[in-house]
Ligand binder design. Sequence first.
Ligand code: LMR
Length: 396
Amino acid sequence: MFEKIKQAPADPILGLNEAFKADSRSNKINLGVGVYKDDAGRTPILGCVKAAEALILEREQTKSYLGIDGHIAYRQQIKGLLFGCDHPVVNADRVRAAQAPGGTGALRIAGDFIKSNLGDKTIWISNPSWANHKQIFTTAGLTVNQYRYYDAERRSLDFDGLMADLDTLSDNDVVVLHGCCHNPSGIDPTLAQWQQMAASAKRNGWLPLFDFAYQGFATGVDEDAAGLRYFAAELEELLIANSFSKNFGLYNERIGAVSVVAKDTDAAERSLSQIKRVIRANYSNPPSHGAEVVATVLAEPALRSQWLDELEQMRSRIKLMRGAFVKGLADAGVAGDFSFIEYQNGMFSFSGLTPAQVGQLKEEFAIYIVGSGRINVAGITNDNLPHLIAAIKAVS
Ligand code: LMR
């Protein structure tokens, strides 16, 4: 039976990691997968996480199952982080959050929930979008389409195109919105633009699904949630998939959540009951450790403030590297204006490198970048910057 199975293509992002690990060249640089590195090229465990883990080790009493929807204190903390402490949807008890295995797991739960409860909706993702979005939703049995987002010529948001596309949609459609730090372009709407997008959702009836994987990587934890919080204040219903892989550095703990905002408490509760059905049929109930870490950090004021500091340090280092990268390219005389890289948010920069250049960087210089030209700026260090600049100059 199995002899007929064809080899699957390598994943466009995680597949690069495998190739990178197998590369024996000592000057290799991994700017593919969205993982933060410090200036020594390490992906550190945050100090607040280590401290919370010590507390957990001491306090933990049992390894018994969590509920299907996960860790109770964690699920409570999620609401505050997403919406702030005094948001109308929280005050009116219209939000329910279920723990999920990372942002990807949360998106897939959302996809299954949509398919089995809302019917054959079309999922609209931005053009371009995270390479995994399409297969998550098609695997859930949904149709996926693209709305305009990035203007490659101007290296900016094609807001007119985006609004024109969103205004053709209806209540048969679900729109995936990147809450902040758009992946891969690094270009986010302004608050005024979020407001116009929310008005389109209201006018046309499409359902927003926020993918919120980088909270705190653009400006700050609250600032980065401005678009989401505005949508939640204006609309009766939305879905959110969030992740703590990046902002807590908990990549391998697979910790995130899927949240639903509904018209009232009763509808939110019924929606959660269906989300729990999806979870039970997939993996029964989630693992505890990542949720326990996040809940502990967020509940202890000293650890929470340490977390915010550590997050700020990650955000600042990335911004510093953006500046150094742009300056390095200019100083080396690489043709073109790369100043746009400094104005993008989050880990990624859409460099404009062509697939051929990306291929050459990998083959000749051991530099790994996603095929779309997306660079993980968080992987640039003062040490690897000269090799990166020289290589880009050579392929330009
Ligand atoms: C990325 O875009 O690199 C990250 O979200 C990691 C992943 O799972 O693709």
